[in-house]
Ligand binder design. Sequence first.
Ligand code: ADP
Ligand code: MG
Length: 871
Amino acid sequence: MVKLACFSGRVRVAVRLRPQNTEELVADADFADCVDLQPELKRLKLRKNNWESDTYEFDEVLTEFASQKRVYEVVAKPVVESVLEGYNGTVMAYGQTGTGKTYTLGRLGDEDTSARGIMVRAMEDILANISPETDSISVSFLQLYMESIQDLLNPANDNISIVEDQKTGDVSLPGATVCEIRDQQSFIQLLRLGEAHRIAANTKLNTESSRSHALLMVHVKKSVVDRDEFCLEAQNCSIGNLRPPILRKGKLIVVDLAGSEHIHKSGSEGHMLEEAKSINLSLSALGKCINALAENSPHVPVRDSKLTRLLKDSFGGTSRTSLVVTIGPSPRHRAETASTIMFGQRAMKVENMLKIKEEFDYKSLAKRLEMEIDKLMTENERQLKVYENEIERIRLEAQKRVAEAEGNYVEALEEEKTKCQMDYMESIKRLEEKWTINQQKHAINAEINNGAGNEKVAELKRLLQDEVCLRKAAEDEIQKIKNQLYRFSKMELAGRNSDGFSIHQVLEEESCQKKKLEEEVRVLRSLLAQISIEAHQFRSYPDGSNSANPLLGLDSLEPLNQMRSRDCNNGERASITNLHEQDVGYGFLSYHYHFRLSSCFCIHLPLDITVGLQKILSLLQSEDANVRTHAVKVVANLAAEEGNQEKIVEAGGLTSLLMLLRTYDDETIHRIAAGAIANLAMNEANQELIMAQGGICQLAMTATDAEDPQTLRMVAGAIANLCGNDKLQMRLRSEGGMKALLGMVRCRHPDVLSQVARGIANFAKCESRASSQVTGSRHGRSLLIDDGALPWIVQNANSEASLIRRHVELALCHLAQHEVNAKDMISRGALWELVRISRDCSRADIRALARRTLTSSSTFQSELRRLRIEV
Ligand code: ADP
Ligand code: MG
């Protein structure tokens, strides 16, 4: 992007007069100078003859006394300043050979610094006004000779072509050597080198420097510092500023033209025609262009020569151009001087359109950004490293702290553990101490309590000692007898006649023994007499009219246990195959009371039971408690046998037994009577009789009053038997039998509980039987559930006592068979028990029954499904 600031600028022309040289001082001593300078008026008078002269005005008129410095400042400095501002600039010297063109432009000033020419001074100025960091100066040094451009910095480049930018029209020499200039010294060396190359080239071409044009091209690139607030600060502050710096590109061309005399002297003085033509071509082309420009001619023949092409911008272009025309004072060269002056006059009319050339320095921006990026990357990398180090440090720190915390924790745990162990040991110790104290207390208590025991022990010890003494005495006695036997044998051996004394002694002992035996017989006889008196007393009771001796009748009873075992063997009971009935049928008291009776009545009674029974039943009403007791025991024993039961009832035994319950408070009587009734209740006909005679009520009352578990067991057994009768169910309940039965669970004796359980099982069995019949009388919920028996049933379903457990299991199975009970059973937890029974019951038949019950009830089934229980 090129920014152009345009304003018009005429070509400035100065005229410089060379002082007379030595030759002229001599040759022209008699002649006046052909020019007369009026520098203050910037006028030059050129004598036509002795009395006429033409006056010309120039931009500057520099006399023969003008210093090099002044010449630079007047001619070149404004141009150099413009170049530094971004314009193109041209400083050119035009004049006859030997008039001081090279002196003006190219003096190096080695010996005398004041003699330095425009090139050296311009470079000094440029170098002083750029910053080496941002700006640059590059130089090319060329010679144009016979339309050929030679590189004075590299002689090998002897035909450099001119390239014109089609768009901008800018002219450049891409083939020319370009040298960067850093300082004045290097520039001067460059100029010297170029001059040396020029001389060498011209020698080689057999020509002179005056016949060729020398061009110094200086390119200045200068960045603008503070225009449009593009300050240094902004450049440095951040990468965010992406505005490129502005770069001004100025080009200074210093042209030391070939001597202008050649235009007119072609072919003369031994010059080759071609050379003269060429020199003429460029100079005359320049003159034509300037003429055209001065006259505002529409056509400027720029393209006619390489010089005009190269200087295209300097005349009629955008360059600020200063022309210095050099002249000599000698009247001999008046024509040449006049021609030069006219050239200068025409050039003064050429207007240039000065254009500043500045562009955004993207390269520099890119470079700056690159540097900035590098800087940031470096910083980023450094910070990343710092960050990583910090992370690592934090990690290590955390590790350390975790390790510390773990260590502390382990220590604390250890401490806690030790403390717990010590506490534990302490507690153990305290308990041991307590235990020891308790032991001591127990020992003291035992000592106190065992006072009586100790006495007994002492007594036993005494008895033992006595026993030991007696044994000792017996042993002594045996020994004594043995000795006697020995002596007797000896005596017999020695001679039978001599032992009369010893035999007599033995006989005496034998008779003593006989007396003792007779004494014992007497005692036994008196004992017999006593028993006879007792028997007589029995006979002399009020109903003694009966001639038959009831005791004789009783005497004839067989041992009851034998009878029972015979019953069991005859298959009658075994024929009851029904599972439930097996459980229901159960003989009471038989063995137990037989044993008791035998121990009381050592005498076995004769057999006639019907006769004896009447007697015994009559004794039940005896006023003598002992007699009553004995009698009821006998009746009970008899009632244990099925065969006797009917006879006993027929003989009014049942009535008498119930009467005993009603009349007497004696618990023994109650217990035995209830046992007898229980035995009678095994028979179905008797069950109805018991009921009819108010037996239920009586049994219930007995149950209420009884405290002895055995009494309760008998009563419960009796009711349990009644429970097994289908017909009696309702009455059993209405007369308080069931309530009494269930009430007896208050006594926790397993014998009682097992009878209660049996009763419940029987009752449930009857209910289930009733409900299963088509004409079933029962449709409602089990009366047992109504009476609140279910919780107890569930509680005892898994009783440790196997008998209780079995009855309860059966009861549950019976209850479960009636669908109407299912809901209550579920809510009371009976379902779980049924499931357990179906799985764990030791009896396969009960297991099967439970399973059957569970599977046949839809209510149970749905509940089991809900609970996801598989049966
Ligand atoms: P040109 O380059 O025009 O052929 P030069 O610069 O070679 O002329 O000058 C020719 C001679 O004149 C040189 O010896 C030079 O020193 C001398 N000369 C030119 N101009 C001046 C001047 N202004 N003051 C003193 N000597 C000068
Ligand atoms: Mg010269």
